[in-house]
Design a protein around this ligand. Structure first.
Ligand SMILES: Nc1ncnc2c1ncn2[C@@H]1O[C@H](COP(=O)(O)OP(=O)(O)O)[C@@H](O)[C@H]1O
Ligand SMILES: [Mg+2]
Length: 256
């Protein structure tokens, strides 16, 4: 191996073989053409793709943004964090998405090679709740409907016997809308296992320390560094109506 090659990290080698079920591995992108960019998250761009599947002609592909070249210690840690978040998202989606079709974006599969990591989910034609809020604030009835539907998804996620999880990044960017404007939860990269601890279910002892998520949505116990559990997600979901107004006003001022 040349010295140049040895300074480039092989992405596929960072993902354990058993992290992605064989049934969900996409071996080639030949029949998955990019159509248009539909989103931008902290971890990379999201594209609408064509698919070779008749029943789902389109999919959303989250392309993990990764730097692989000549990494220093911090960059290596950042890459590890991104890959772990990808593995976590795959794990949660594999477990819950097919069990609760109505409230979770459906998992399609993953593509992985030495340089690319792409997570494919069902394409949601109406985008995220955030896309709508920045045009105008939600009316009260719609805000209540979205809040209720997101809470249904969270209830499933928190109590699912096959593995209880807390989402840890509930916000309007991560609530996606079906063609009929019903909410599905998405973006499970920060999800974490819960342990049963009376009825509040807290995060396990192995939880990473430090703040994760989005600060304006964070529950008080998350900000003060205390133990937190499923109620930290519930806090975020009930901010939806309140923040919808604020975000819309901010956007209008920005455009004025
Ligand atoms: N399945 C999807 N259908 C339509 N839009 C999507 C889909 N998944 C993500 N998006 C868009 O891309 C944005 C970023 O995706 P997300 O999964 O939240 O990535 P990140 O982990 O980087 O935040 C979302 O806020 C949404 O606007
Ligand atoms: Mg997101």
């Amino acid at each position: 191996m040349s010295e140049l090659q040895s300074r480039e990290t092989d992405l596929a080698s960072l993902v354990p073989e058993n992290a992605i079920d064989a049934a969900f591995r996409i071996s080639s992108l030949e029949y998955w053409p990019k159509v248009e960019q539909i989103g931008q998250g902290a971890f990379g761009k999201v594209w609408k793709h064509g698919t070779p599947r008749k029943e789902t002609p389109f999919a959303a592909g989250k392309h993990m943004k990764v730097q692989l070249w000549n990494l220093n210690k911090e960059q290596k840690e950042d890459l590890e964090f991104r890959v772990n978040s990808f593995i976590r998202e795959v794990d949660v989606l594999t477990k819950v998405s097919s069990k609760c079709h109505e409230r979770f974006v459906q998992f399609i599969g993953c593509y992985l090679d030495s340089k690319k990591l792409i997570l494919f989910t069902e394409w949601m034609p109406n985008g995220s709740v955030k896309n709508h809020i920045i045009e105008r604030p939600l009316d009260e009835t719609t805000a209540l409907k979205y809040t209720f539907q997101a809470t249904q998804g969270l209830h499933f996620l928190h109590h699912y016997k096959g593995g209880r999880n807390i989402h840890r990044d509930i916000k309007c960017d991560n609530l996606l809308l079906t063609i009929d404007n019903n909410v599905k939860l998405a973006d499970f990269g920060l999800a974490h296992g819960l342990v049963v601890n009376n009825d509040s279910y807290t995060i396990s002892q192995s939880a990473p320390s430090g703040f994760h998520g989005t600060i304006i949505y964070a529950a008080p116990e998350v900000l003060t560094g205390e133990t937190y559990g499923r109620r930290a997600d519930i806090w975020c979901v009930f901010l939806l109506d309140y923040l919808s107004d604020i975000m819309s006003t901010m956007k209008r001022k920005e455009l004025a």
